[in-house]
Design a protein around this ligand. Structure first.
Ligand SMILES: Nc1ncnc2c1ncn2[C@@H]1O[C@H](COP(=O)(O)OP(=O)(O)OP(=O)(O)O)[C@@H](O)[C@H]1O
Ligand SMILES: [Mg+2]
Length: 353
């Protein structure tokens, strides 16, 4: 019995007509379901080109039927009427389309868990808001959402009457959406991949974000297929990679770089977190090694955005729901987060459009 991954792998052999890229990497393969030798696949095109649709459909059917254990292949190709592209669905060559009202979307990723992705996302969001930007923060960590705790808010969002959109919560001047707001009592989420993609897409499209200068996206840990598909679901303008010095030296950062490159998302740079701590005697102690993030950034020719030391205040800010940028605006970590936010602004306002 083939798995969903087997199906996706087989579909990678189908090229988008007229392009060298395959339909999976374009992000147009939406739902995949397998049961008793029957496979059903949903493809969403943004063009109304009937010939392309037919070619993709027959290409998919041939690829699916060639898989061991597949008896029936049902391929449904969805297309807009009259050539109108739908916002939020991908167009070949440029990934998912921009969401109206959201100027820039930036993802924060890392190869491993627990390196401080959510901490960096929350603090950068607050730092950008303090710099006068309209900011949203989207927690894409469906299985382990930590933004509600870190931003100190956990309520059920209301729904707009006019168009049934979720109203984001607000904290420290940042609009927020997280699976944590929609779950009851920390119940675990057990969902299949396509469900998660759909939820994330709704978190971008069906949330009443209003006008935003920046939407930061806190990705789940890892740089595997799931994260890759998320990057294709959300229209990203740039990616930030968070690492510890040790993780960088293990080559995990390179996987993050690879992931963003695969989906043509510009890498805005590396943040090295937990770089060192200062002992009570004032000595700099490099627990996780020295300058791994900086060295890797130089090797890969991508910007190094800054190093963040280990600080009790950062951990405490996360646990208390008031990021250090807000609770201790004059501290060294607040200053470093401010500098990173400034670099993102400089890169994106020059490069975004
Ligand atoms: N520079 C730092 N100094 C002190 N504590 C930190 C620092 N960075 C992160 N932490 C703490 O480390 C823990 C893990 O951080 P965080 O949750 O941000 O990591 P993550 O990469 O998002 O994890 P996950 O992979 O689970 O999503 C948190 O308790 C956070 O407060
Ligand atoms: Mg996290």
């Amino acid at each position: 019995m083939p798995s969903e991954d087997d199906i996706l792998n087989a579909l990678k052999a189908v090229k988008y007509p007229g392009y060298s890229r395959d339909i999976v990497s374009f992000g147009i393969v939406k739902d995949v379901a397998v049961a008793n030798g029957a496979v059903s696949v949903d493809i969403h095109l943004t063009s109304a080109n009937a010939e392309a649709a037919q070619q993709i459909k027959s290409g998919c059917e041939a690829a699916l039927k060639a898989i061991d254990g597949v008896r029936v292949a049902h391929v449904q190709v969805h297309q807009p009427q009259g050539g109108q592209a739908q916002p939020g669905t991908p167009t070949p060559g440029q990934g998912p389309q921009k969401v109206p009202g959201i100027a820039r979307v930036v993802a924060v990723a890392s190869g491993k868990g627990g390196v401080g992705k959510s901490t960096v996302s929350a603090n950068l969001a607050c730092a950008l808001a303090k710099r006068g930007e309209k900011v949203g923060l989207l927690d894409c960590d469906i299985y382990g959402p930590s933004i509600p705790l870190m931003m100190g808010v956990n309520e059920r969002p209301s729904v707009t009457e006019s168009d049934d959109k979720l109203v984001p919560l607000q904290s420290h001047g940042v609009k927020l959406m997280s699976m944590g707001f929609l779950l009851q009592d920390d119940q675990p989420v057990i969902w299949r991949g396509p469900m998660i993609m759909k939820t994330i897409q709704q978190f971008v499209m069906q949330v009443d974000w209003g006008e935003l200068d920046y939407l930061l996206v806190d990705l789940p840990p890892g740089t595997g297929d799931a994260q890759l598909s998320l990057c294709q679901t959300v229209p990203l303008d740039g990616g930030v990679i968070v690492t510890t010095p040790q993780e960088a030296s293990l080559g995990v950062v390179r996987k993050g770089i690879e992931m963003f490159r695969k989906v043509n998302v510009p890498i805005l740079g590396i943040v090295e977190n937990m770089s060192y701590f200062t002992s009570p005697g004032g000595e700099r102690v490099e627990i996780f090694g020295h300058a791994g993030g900086q060295d890797e950034a130089a090797r890969q020719g991508i910007p190094f955005l800054g190093e963040m030391p280990l600080f009790t205040e950062i951990r405490k800010g996360g646990d208390d729901g008031v990021p250090v940028v807000v609770s201790q605006p004059d501290s060294l970590p607040a200053e470093v987060f401010g500098q990173i936010a400034q670099q993102l602004q400089e890169q994106l306002t020059g490069a975004a459009r």
